[in-house]
Design a protein around this ligand. Structure first.
Ligand code: NAD
Ligand code: TYD
Length: 347
């Protein structure tokens, strides 16, 4: 089986590639990635020489290159993760999100459709999406697979649009697809623009921790390896044309999460208790900031037997330990362009 995994040099994609390469030696895994600021082949150093792994540097917005690639390699299956993924960047540059997340997804769908021309036996297009397409919850309730789409940020609008196109290709052309919508991930190799790695990096460097608004926003956090395990299950056992919600059953208000992170970091760094909390700085809120995300993951739990394998305390500990022992990784991704981004975003 030839599987194309897009965005495999990024955060979640690298964990998915590793899992598939190691667990399925009989599958040929092709990792396609444009290596944007968020893509890093260092994330896959440990498996890059495996005989069932190959890397292809291509941009999914390049229609011709994508079409040629499908003709050459004849991928049986696609697991599509490549995306522009950060909400703050989508607020300053929405068009690049449309290009990659919408047009890029369409290029992949078209190439897949043209390659197999209706003979889809044993083929599947698996689209990885986010719970942010559902918009925001109030203080109560959970997102289910039937919650209406109501995206509020350019990022979530672009992901919602790509989800709709995938479903439309299923209805219109009979393309076999499955979609999963996951809550906020955390773990090793996450680019330090997202809350947890950004704050770990700032605590290490003793720089302010910029909490948006009053910090009373809620997210449902899932350890990235548990997301990769869920993706493996959905890919192999999920039903065509279905959506599966994936979440951590693990809601935290940002401010409580940041305080917990400060506590654990102080303990690791040998700081007196309360040291890192002093870095918390309330800053201007993100425009269109969704109040609360929380996933009802009972469908994937009941139908595919999935549930998170680690607790949040365990996952956070693994994550902190990884960042502390991978100072070079952190340094290399925060040099150069990162400095400009940080200044623009937080000045
Ligand atoms: P990421 O930003 O860490 O990685 C994205 C990867 O895609 C990078 O390797 C980048 O180089 C690549 N890429 C970007 N544009 C590309 C292009 N035009 N052509 C080819 N490759 C390109 O993202 P992530 O956090 O790993 O998210 C992966 C997927 O999971 C995304 O589709 C995202 O919407 C979804 N998702 C993320 C989360 C989360 O919490 N991070 C939660 C739910 C769903
Ligand atoms: P983020 O990691 O960007 O994920 P998402 O916006 O996709 O949920 O942000 C998680 C939460 O943390 C969100 O409510 C915004 C907040 N946040 C801050 O308060 N400060 C920051 O510097 C960042 C990046 C996020």
């Amino acid at each position: 089986m030839k599987i194309l995994i897009t965005g495999g040099a990024g955060f979640i994609g690298s964990h998915v590639v590793r899992l598939f390469v190691k667990k399925y030696p009989d599958y040929q895994i092709y990792n396609l990635d444009a290596l944007t600021y968020a893509g890093n082949l260092e994330n896959l150093k440990d498996i890059e020489k495996e005989p069932n792994y190959a890397f292809i540097k291509v941009d999914i917005t390049d229609e011709h290159a994508i079409s040629e690639l499908f003709k050459t390699y004849k991928f049986d299956n696609v697991i599509h993760l490549a995306a522009e993924s950060h909400v703050d960047r989508s607020i300053t540059d929405p068009l690049s999100f449309v290009k990659t997340n919408v047009i890029g997804t369409l290029n992949l769908l078209n190439a897949f459709k043209e390659l197999w021309k209706g003979d889809f036996e044993g083929k599947r297009f698996y689209h990885i999406s986010t719970d942010e397409v559902y918009g925001t919850l109030g203080e109560t309730g959970l997102f289910t697979e039937t919650t209406s789409y109501d995206p509020n940020s350019p990022y979530s609008a672009s992901k919602a649009s790509s989800d709709h196109f995938v479903r439309a290709y299923g209805e219109t052309y009979g393309l076999p697809f499955v979609i999963s919508n996951c809550s906020n991930n955390y773990g090793q190799n996450q680019f330090p623009e997202k809350l947890i790695p950004l704050f770990i990096n700032n605590i290490i460097n003793k720089t302010p921790l910029p909490v948006y608004g009053d910090g009373n926003y809620t997210r449902d956090w899932l350890y990235v390896v548990d997301h990769a395990i869920a993706i493996d299950l959905v890919f192999h056992k999920g039903k065509n044309a279905e959506t599966y919600n994936i979440g951590g059953f693990n809601e935290w208000k940002n401010i409580d999460l940041v305080k917990e992170l400060c506590k654990q970091m102080d303990a690791k760094l040998g700081n007196p208790e309360g040291t890192s909390e002093q870095l918390i700085t309330f800053v201007k809120d993100r425009p269109g900031h969704d109040l609360r995300y929380a996933i009802d993951a009972s469908k994937i739990n009941k139908e595919l037997g999935w549930s998170p394998s680690v607790t949040f305390q365990e996952g956070l500990k693994i994550t902190i330990d990884w960042y502390l022992s991978n100072a070079n990784w952190l340094k290399s991704v925060t040099s150069g362009a990162y400095q400009n981004y940080y200044e623009k975003q937080y000045s």
